[in-house]
Write a protein that binds this ligand. Structure first.
Ligand code: AMP
Ligand code: ZN
Length: 468
């Protein structure tokens, strides 16, 4: 499997630190509002990367933070007259709802910056002790030039940065030893949340968060660090500086960055005001449509949001779902038994779609080509399944489609909602089957209900049921 590493600007063979295990960190959102669909791009893309790594047999420790202390959160809290914690808790809950809708799985750990302050103080202290950081009147800065590899990720040269920065000096910056130094800890301002530290009552800078959370939950050395491409500089560059100077080890082996989701060819962002929230999109579309839309482009290519592309993702999703429900429908009346001779020949062709899918995903997670392989499989399924097909063949096709879609996080089978009356009717049928000692049929009904999230309880008063 090859993946493109921003640091080396090359596709590299993927080799993990520990065989069979992946330690992966993805920078998460700052929670001061509903997430927009630009923020959803890294969530969907890297959730798919995780799913594919698991499909390939890796055990993935996936860590993604919520930044729950930040100027924007504080500003929103002041605006609403509530605490910063109330704002962040509210939008973490809303973000999790959106993630669920997009079928983005929970991370192994979702750490919160505000719960990791002790670790941050500890890392800052280590950096001071090693001479990589210094305190000026309660503000702690990182001594950028002391880290010789600074700029290795973003391929920036320190002197060019210095020249570019000259005009950007703002008040307070003159207390730094060097304009390139960045903040690790800053004193509180009136009314802001703060924590006590050896330097001042204050709060951490943004970059130190991720270094500390990655270290705590994944270790000093990780396999994959990911995020949107706007994070390459300065955020990830600064994370590398902090982590490598503190731990004395290479921080991350591979750096993956998604390109922007644009609208009218400009980056979608809160500050430009040109955004749609995931919640707004969910009012018009099943969020699976949004997921399919995101995966229809390679993650390193810019993707322009448009109504046309969403409509075509919508019909693409329908095409997949129709194929699956057709297979399910045909399967209900199909003959039991082995594959027919003709089906055995078709079965030999089936593997080609999966091979194509894997080849695409092995090539730096080319989800666009992987989806193309799924659509070829849809076509193959539509043309090779009919009323004469055996149950075995229909099931083989259905499983193949469902499994590949699952790796992409696409839910290809709409769960049929059973009405109460249908459930009662099935239970009555099961009782009758039991009475007639047809236990096979009775079990079949119980399992059918279980698959649809209905559990049965046999009690003295009769059969009771409940939805999951
Ligand atoms: P933020 O809350 O701004 O820190 O963003 C959270 C994540 O969303 C980061 O990985 C950003 O790089 C990413 N992101 C923000 N806007 C976009 C966009 N328009 N396209 C793609 N990724 C984005
Ligand atoms: Zn980060």
């Amino acid at each position: 499997m090859k993946l493109y590493n921003t640091e080396t600007k090359r596709k590299e063979e993927f080799v993990t630190i520990e065989p069979g295990k992946v330690r992966m960190y993805v920078c998460g959102p700052t929670v001061y509002n509903f997430i927009h669909i630009g923020n959803a791009r890294p969530m969907i893309v890297f959730d798919t990367v995780r799913r594919y790594l698991e499909y390939r047999g890796y055990e993935v420790n996936y860590v993604s933070n919520f930044t729950d202390v930040d100027d924007k959160i504080i500003a929103k809290a002041i605006e609403e007259g509530v605490t910063a914690q109330e704002i962040s808790e509210r939008y973490i809950a809303e973000c999790k709802k959106d993630m669920e809708g997009m079928n983005v799985r929970h991370a192994t750990t979702h750490p919160l910056a505000t719960r990791e302050i002790d670790g941050m103080i500890e890392m800052i202290q280590t950096l001071i002790d090693k001479g990589y950081a210094y305190d000026v009147d309660g503000t702690v800065y990182f001594r950028t030039r002391k880290f010789k590899s600074y700029g290795k990720l973003s391929h920036k040269n320190l002197d060019d940065l210095r020249a570019g920065n000259r005009s950007l000096l703002v008040t307070g910056e003159d207390q730094k030893e060097d304009p390139l130094d960045f903040v690790l800890w800053k004193p509180k301002k009136e009314g802001e949340p703060y924590w006590t530290s050896p330097w001042s009552d204050g709060r951490p800078g943004w970059h130190i968060e991720c270094s500390v959370m990655a270290k705590k939950y994944l270790g000093d050395e990780i396999d994959i660090h990911a995020g949107g491409e706007d994070l390459i500089f300065p955020h990830h560059e600064n994370e590398i500086a902090q982590s490598e100077c503190c731990n004395g080890k290479i921080f991350s082996r591979y750096w993956l960055h998604n390109a922007f989701l644009n609208i009218d060819n400009r980056k979608m962002s809160k500050s430009l005001g040109n955004f749609f929230t995931v919640r707004e999109i969910s009012e018009k579309y099943d969020l699976q449509v949004l997921r399919l839309f995101m995966l229809s482009a390679h993650y390193r290519s810019p993707l322009n949001f448009s109504a046309e592309l969403m409509e075509s993702a919508k019909s693409a999703l329908e095409r997949i779902r129709n194929a699956v429900s057709n297979l399910t429908f045909l399967g209900k009346n199909a003959a039991d038994g082995e594959l027919s001779g003709q089906e055995q020949i078709l079965a030999e062709q089936l593997g080609a779609y999966r091979a194509k899918f894997e080849e695409a995903m092995d090539d730096d997670f080319n989800t666009a080509d992987a989806l193309a392989a799924i659509f070829e499989l849809v076509k193959f399924a539509n043309s090779s399944a009919n009323a004469d097909s055996t149950k075995a063949w229909l099931e083989l096709l259905r499983k193949e489609l469902l499994e590949l879609c699952e790796v992409m996080g696409i839910i290809a089978e709409e769960k049929e909602e059973l009405l109460d009356a249908d459930i009662e009717a099935l239970i009555a049928e099961r009782q009758a089957a039991r009475k007639a000692k047809n236990f096979a049929r009775a079990d079949e009904i119980r399992n059918e209900l279980l698959e649809k999230g209905i559990t049965l309880l046999d009690t003295r008063e009769g059969v009771k049921w409940k939805r999951a």
